[in-house]
Design a protein around this ligand. Structure first.
Ligand code: FNR
Length: 375
């Protein structure tokens, strides 16, 4: 980018009209190497690109003239009432882009009354984030759930410690990410940014060196999650368990049969494996394999209110937002994240109005135009 980094604004920049506009601004507030790390996908970025095309290829069918009295976006999810079906995905090391990191993000989540999933690799401790969330709830008089995203540690005793800490701090669900234990891109953290939750635990090797035996037959294999880990987790926590990173309908069904309460259908924002199917493509098959009672959340590529509607129409109960959260945080801290969520919700409301949907439950396949196959 070739120009000095700009500190985060203390106000929302005037030229931001939609959530996606934050990306353009964020490039000026994030150091070049961190920017590449945040934005990047695996290999050729095929998955990353397809995550967007999958949304763009669906067509909405407007239904004006509906009576929109009493319309709202409230959503019930795992016992919580959210102001909208738009949550914050787990994103590691948020102090990379803003000095307050996750502390700012959790305040924004409470302000907008929506859920935040806190990463194992958060740069503020899970306890600090939970306390800030509770204080913000008391101050603002509204609730917002906090879920803890778990990366299993090489030693189960350490995974158990993380679980117990999350439970003690008041997190109300565990999100177990299964699709990213091993990936190829390494990123050296700058001084002052660290995995705040993992003090005293050996560093998890997330990167496989591309020399010598890279994975098979090395200790790294022990970090690849298994069905046995799911049984273990289910036996060790009474909190709702959400498995993140499922794309196969058969595996989705198996995860539910082993005790998963909900699933996040995700390809990790195209960051892990290239050429992967997009969550939107597989969602209908997953929905029919797990049945109507298992909440399905979706992430990867959600940028506009129309995307939220398309995901819900294809069978999602809610969506999660990854990169735009970082863009907004870098651009304007807490205000930025709150504004980004507000804009997405406003776009959702506008879209629902055009489609004649007064509640999120009414967003069904009927809002999509499907071309009948040629006979
Ligand atoms: C992530 N994601 C992620 N997921 C997870 O389970 N634990 C984590 O610590 C992280 N960290 C992380 C860092 C960064 C910089 C990014 C961009 C993403 C994945 C994230 O939860 C989500 O699946 C994707 O970001 C969704 O795709 P979009 O919205 O970024 O397209």
């Amino acid at each position: 980018l070739g120009e000095p980094l700009r500190p985060a604004h203390s106000q929302i920049p005037a030229d931001i009209a939609c959530a996606a506009d934050y990306e353009r601004h964020a490039a000026h507030h994030i150091e070049a190497q961190a920017w590449r790390h945040i934005q990047g996908g695996a290999d050729q970025n095929l998955t990353l690109a397809h995550n967007r095309t999958a949304f763009n290829n669906l067509r909405l069918l407007p239904r004006p003239l509906a009576d929109m009295q009493g319309a709202h976006t409230r959503t019930e999810l795992l016992g919580h009432t959210l102001s909208s079906p738009i949550l914050l995905a787990p994103v590691a090391y948020q102090r990379l882009v803003h000095p307050e990191g996750e502390i700012a993000t959790i305040r924004a989540a409470v302000a907008l009354q929506t859920g935040m999933v806190v990463s194992t690799l958060s740069s503020c401790t899970l306890e600090e984030i939970a306390q800030t969330g509770q204080a913000a709830e008391a101050e603002m008089g509204q609730a917002a759930p906090r879920w803890f995203q778990l990366y299993l540690q090489p030693d189960r005793a350490h995974s158990l410690q993380l679980l117990r800490r999350a439970e003690a701090a008041g997190y109300t669900a565990i999100v177990w990410t299964v699709d990213a234990s091993i990936k190829r891109s390494g990123f050296p953290l700058p001084y002052g940014v660290e995995a705040a939750n993992l003090h005293g635990m050996p560093a998890t090797q997330h990167t496989s060196p591309l020399q010598g035996p890279i994975l098979f037959g090395t200790p790294l294999m022990a970090q690849v999650p298994s069905w046995d880990d799911l049984r273990w987790l289910r036996a060790h926590t009474a909190l709702p368990l959400i498995v993140k990173g499922v794309l196969s309908p058969a595996q989705a069904q198996q995860a539910v049969s082993l005790g998963a309460d909900a699933l996040i259908v995700s390809n990790h924002g195209g960051r892990v494996l290239d050429g992967v199917v997009s969550p939107l493509d597989v969602l209908p098959a997953i929905a029919s394999s797990v049945g109507p009672h298992v909440p399905l959340l979706l992430d990867s590529g959600v940028r506009y209110g129309t995307d939220v509607v398309k995901a819900l129409a294809m069978g999602a109960s809610a969506v999660l937002i990854g990169r735009p959260q970082v863009h907004a945080l870098a651009t304007a801290g807490l205000l930025g994240v709150a504004h980004m969520l507000h804009l997405l919700r406003a776009e959702l409301e506008l879209t629902m109005t055009h489609l004649g949907c007064t509640t999120v439950d009414r967003i069904t396949r009927e809002v999509l135009w499907s071309v009948a196959p040629a006979s």
